[in-house]
Design a binder for this molecule. Structure first.
Ligand SMILES: [Fe+2]
Length: 116
């Protein structure tokens, strides 16, 4: 099943790559329609993008996520069921970074506004 999902994610990557190339190419319909679109607020929040982020920035983030999904699924497809999870340490480090970032944001808000 992981191999199938890996190929499905690979197809998503190829689609995002194709869209991004067209969006970045002047003279294409996607460039005309989407080159100057701002990123949706939801995307800015989810990927912590700056206020002036664009739709192109959003697509690049989605593409990066799909690339990771592809790699994870192909990795799992090549493992035995009792092999150790090679992504566990990376997820622990990401969780620690996210916790520290959330803690820093909470401290900053308390400093600015004096509480919750
Ligand atoms: Fe995915």
């Amino acid at each position: 099943m992981h191999r199938f999902v890996g190929y499905l994610e690979q197809t998503a990557c190829e689609t995002y790559h194709n869209i991004i190339v067209h969006l970045e190419t002047p003279g294409t319909k996607l460039h005309t329609e989407w080159a100057n679109l701002p990123a949706p607020d939801m995307a800015k929040g989810y990927w912590k993008l700056p206020d002036d982020a664009t739709w192109l920035d959003t697509l690049r983030c989605i593409y990066a996520d799909e690339s990771h999904h592809r790699d994870v699924n192909h990795t799992f497809a090549s493992m035995e069921s009792d092999d150790p999870n090679p992504f566990l340490q990376m997820h622990k480090e990401d969780a620690t970074r996210a916790w520290k970032l959330a803690e820093a944001e909470r401290t900053l808000k308390e400093h600015r506004y004096g509480g919750s």
